[in-house]
Ligand binder design. Structure first.
Ligand SMILES: [Zn+2]
Ligand SMILES: [Zn+2]
Length: 144
């Protein structure tokens, strides 16, 4: 089955981890949105074309390993924040808006999030090179 259901199975937790494996976590519950943000802050933050974050006000986050390695950063004067592994720098889930909002970087999950992307946001801030991506070659693995 490759179909993605719009209803996540709340009973099965989603596993996630950082690149070095020091931090592991589990998310239980449903996401209310999956946004691809192209703003300048998210491009700096991720080093890529856009951030890809899942949002939930009801899901539960449980650290299974390495919670002490989880660092955070909030850009002063903004609501832009991120969590990351202090060893490898990988993006990790964070609680924002005073803890009310759980933000989970989609790439930090070990499997599929089980929800369709909701929307691209801050599209006016897209990097110019992003509009050229459809023209780029596509290799199944490393370029031959
Ligand atoms: Zn790590
Ligand atoms: Zn953004």
């Amino acid at each position: 089955m490759t179909a993605v259901s719009s209803n996540t199975e709340a009973t099965s937790p989603l596993a996630g981890s950082c690149l070095c494996g020091a931090v592991r976590f589990e998310i239980t519950g449903e996401f209310s949105g999956f946004y691809l943000c192209h703003c300048v802050r998210c491009r700096k933050d991720t080093g890529s074309a856009h951030a890809a974050n899942l949002f939930s006000t009801t899901a539960r986050l449980q650290w299974l390993a390495g919670e002490a390695q989880v660092s955070g950063y909030e850009l002063p004067g903004t609501r832009h924040g991120r969590s990351f592994c202090s060893r490898c720098g990988s993006a990790l889930p964070s609680r924002q808006l005073g803890g009310k909002l759980l933000v989970v970087p989609a790439g930090s999950l070990d499997g599929e999030p089980g929800v369709h992307p909701t929307a691209h946001i801050f599209c006016d801030d897209k990097a110019v090179w992003e509009s050229l991506l459809p023209e780029a070659l596509c290799f199944p693995g490393a370029p031959a």
